[in-house]
Design a protein around this ligand. Structure first.
Ligand code: C2E
Ligand code: CA
Ligand code: CA
Length: 571
């Protein structure tokens, strides 16, 4: 304001003083980076001073030219500027408005000052225009970075949380609901892996762009990370009803997303919904619940929507309970190994034993490894558990070898997390050496899904293990990607046909065709086959008939304790 006042005082001087003074004043003004507009209200004289040409691409010579200034102002601000520049208005005004100067857009701060005569009538008016584009851009950029996801331009998680808190406050006051909808692209990993990260990014952005169409005062759309988005809908109903939104999203996914190189890519998405206040009244908890149900919907088959309800909450709480108990169990290593026999389909001879972990909790009873192994993988306890399994089973095997001198293979399930560890290969080898077990008697099982993230790294480790003499078995074949190219390029000895295949074998001709063709191909590759989960004589007969090598299942032997196995080994 001081500069302004100074310059206005100078202007006054210009009116009242001699021409020589005026010259000096002009020099001062010309050194400023601002533009000035001077209006004498009595004579209607107008003058522009300073860097006028840098702000406007027209000259203002007479009173009527003043109109043009308003047209140089961006539409949204024109009215504001007219009010502000209103000659009749009294008092000092300051405002920040945009000015469109030729085709460039500038943020301009306008400041005005009016001089009154002794009767209180305005005499002179000066408006100063100052370019604040740089300052403003920096401010906007900072604000943008703090609130937006740099990839998609959608709000980021932090800002989403902030907006959601406001929604919840408002909803509490007005007795309304708020829906939180977690949206996740299905099998995004395979898009990334199959087409490259750049295409994956394009999909993330295109889908974000599509979702941004829902944003409104009552709907916030955000991008959390990767293929995960989250929306909050205030008072969801009508077009903004959760089902409607989901249906619109789903319809969109029936059309391809076209990438910059012209490829058409179809995606599917899964959504999870948690409602305020039903599910929770906490922002983070609502988001968490929405994500939990979306993950559950994924397990249940993807391309769908799932709502949070008390059953999901129970399951969630149960899992938390189990996870807590699991930490204690790991601390005490309160596990036991069971062994399930595998038999040669033709001769009935014992081919091997698959080691399966068991955990009996004092309160919960037996807890299935199908439940706790995934939890252990999530919280990292699979590492000590896995180490214990390796050591315990190899030690047991050596004892059996010494006692019963029987030839059979020990199969151990190894999780992807274990394979990923640097020391995994050497760890296994040192345990084998410690218990003097022949590596040829050991088989490590791996699932296809374990290979997806780390194909090369795990592939290399498998090769090292196999060079050492250890057998490698592909578990659950037929449930994952079932890529036969894996089989050719990986060092694999054995293929385990999943129970789900075996189950449908006698009911479904398609399964027969698949199993038989896999069998043919696999045998040509020189791999050994183990069929899992064989429960009936019919299945056994069928598998024998198509020359399946080995059989594992309840029909011929359930997983059993060490003591029970010894009974079998004595025979
Ligand atoms: P898996 O490796 O596919 O193991 C086979 C599962 O099928 C076992 O379940 C076994 O008891 C069951 N099974 C075998 N024959 C039959 C049958 O005829 N009918 C039926 N209905 N089931 C049969 P289990 O022991 O509950 O283990 C579940 C999963 O937990 C295993 O699936 C494996 O993925 C994992 N797991 C078990 N032990 C370990 C372990 O020591 N380490 C790791 N990383 N995972 C393990
Ligand atoms: Ca297995
Ligand atoms: Ca299996």
């Amino acid at each position: 304001m001081n500069e302004m006042q100074y310059q206005v005082d100078l202007m006054n001087a210009m009116n009242e003083k001699l021409k020589s003074d005026q010259k000096m004043m002009e020099m001062i003004i010309e050194t400023s980076t601002s533009a000035f507009l001077y209006v004498n209200m009595e004579t209607n004289e107008v003058r522009t001073l300073g860097r006028w040409d840098e702000y406007f691409d027209f000259a203002v010579k007479k009173f009527n030219d003043l109109q043009q200034i308003a047209y140089a102002i961006a539409d949204d601000y024109r009215e504001e500027f007219r009010n502000f520049a209103n000659i009749e208005r009294s008092g000092d005004e300051r405002a920040v408005i945009t000015v469109r100067s030729s085709d460039k857009r500038k943020w301009v701060e306008c400041e005005t000052n009016v001089i009154y005569d002794s009767h209180g009538s305005p005499v002179d008016k000066v408006i100063r225009f100052k370019d604040v584009t740089l300052l403003r851009d920096q401010h906007e950029e900072l604000k943008y970075m703090a609130f937006n996801d740099s990839m998609t331009g959608l709000y980021n998680r932090n800002y989403f949380i902030r907006c959601m808190s406001e929604f919840l406050d408002r909803a509490e006051r007005d007795g309304r609901e708020v829906a939180v909808m977690f949206v996740d692209i299905d099998d995004f990993k395979s898009i990334n892996d199959g087409m490259g990260l750049a295409i994956g990014d394009e999909i993330v952005m295109s889908f974000a762009h599509f979702l941004s169409g829902f944003s409104s005062d009552n709907c916030i759309v955000s991008h959390f990370n990767g293929d995960k988005y989250c929306m909050a809908i205030y008072d969801p109903c009508g077009t903004y009803g959760v089902d409607r939104i989901y249906r619109t999203i789903r319809e969109r996914t029936r059309q391809p997303f076209v990438t910059s190189d012209g490829r058409e890519i179809y995606i599917r998405v899964t959504a999870g919904v948690a409602m305020y206040p039903d599910a929770s009244s906490g922002v983070l908890e609502l988001i968490n619940y929405a994500e939990i149900v979306s993950n559950r919907a994924k397990d249940a088959g993807k391309d769908s929507i799932q709502y949070f309800d008390s059953e999901v909450l129970q399951e969630f709480l149960y899992n938390i309970n189990i996870e807590n108990k699991l930490r204690v169990a790991v601390h005490d290593m309160a596990f036991q190994m069971y062994y399930q026999p595998q038999f040669d389909a033709a001769t009935g001879a014992l081919r091997g034993m698959e080691a399966l972990i068991r955990w009996k909790d004092p309160d919960e009873g037996m807890i299935s490894p199908a439940l706790f192994i995934p939890l252990a993988e999530k919280n990292g306890t699979i590492v000590p558990i896995g180490q214990w399994v390796i050591e315990d089973t190899i030690r047991t095997y050596s004892e059996w070898k010494k006692k019963y001198d029987r030839d059979f293979i020990l199969s151990i399930n190894v999780s992807a997390i274990q394979y990923k560890r640097e020391e995994f290969v050497n760890g296994i080898i040192s345990v084998l050496e410690k218990y003097e077990m022949n590596p040829r008697d050991l088989e490590l099982e791996i699932t296809e899904t374990a290979l997806i993230d780390n194909y090369r790294d795990i592939g290399n480790k498998l090769s090292t293990l196999r060079d050492y003499g250890i057998r490698i078995s592909m578990d659950d074949f037929g449930t994952g990607y079932s890529s036969l190219s894996y089989l050719k390029s990986l060092p694999i000895d054995t293929l385990k046909i999943d129970k789900s295949f075996v189950d449908t074998v006698l009911q479904d001709d398609n399964t027969n065709i698949i199993i038989e063709s896999i069998m043919g191909m696999v045998q040509r590759l020189g791999l050994e086959i183990v069929a899992e989960g064989v429960e009936t004589e019919e299945q056994l007969e069928y598998l024998r008939g198509i020359n399946c090598d080995n059989i594992q299942g309840y029909l011929l032997g359930r997983p059993q304790s060490k003591e029970d196995v010894e009974v079998l080994l004595r025979q």
